[in-house]
Design a protein around this ligand. Sequence first.
Ligand code: AMP
Length: 214
Amino acid sequence: MNIILLGLPGAGKGTHGIKLSEKYRMYHLSSGKVLRKVARQNTSIGEVVKRYINRGLLVPDEIILKLMGARIEKLAGKSKIIDGFPRDIRQAYFLDDIMERIEEEIDLCIYLKVEFQELVTRLTGRRVCRFDGSIYHVKYDPPQKEGVCDKCGASLYQRDDDKEEIVKKRIKASAGKINKLKDYYENRGILKVIEGTKKSPDEVQIKIENIIES
Ligand code: AMP
């Protein structure tokens, strides 16, 4: 099964992508994670990627398509949850081409719907483990010890692009594109919308699992 998680920044794609991959033993492919790893490398492409991410802008297609294309092809024959990709219609067409090449299909697109102000609150309070990528929130899901990951003891940090000004820019830049993607997958009959505003991660997770299992 191949699933796309669609949603504005902060809607919970990463959180639910990790949980689903653990529960159903699927591969979790997050474009943001792939890009952050590239950005940490001391290469010219890493520098370019870092600049785009830190400004809250989408990384140019010539970079992201190559990176995601290679990873999706490598996962041919395996169940995948793709999170953060596609971000616009052009990327969706590109994904269709790859799926055709590996003789697979996108079976389900889950759209996590969350209101603007809640997205801002979620993102600005988000903290991420430097080592294992676990996600916390200073108010809604704090670690037992401030600034320390419960699972592995490594320190937590705030992503540069989770600062308020950048967060607002990221959300606004994505909104129109995500709506077009929603229509695209709805027309294909594979879209399921989940209301995530004022819902706990556990409530949303149960809804997603119900959809997958039905
Ligand atoms: P995310 O972790 O999904 O919030 O992504 C973090 C940042 O990575 C975004 O703000 C973009 O700068 C970049 N990014 C992630 N996915 C894509 C994509 N599909 N296309 C272009 N840029 C992306």
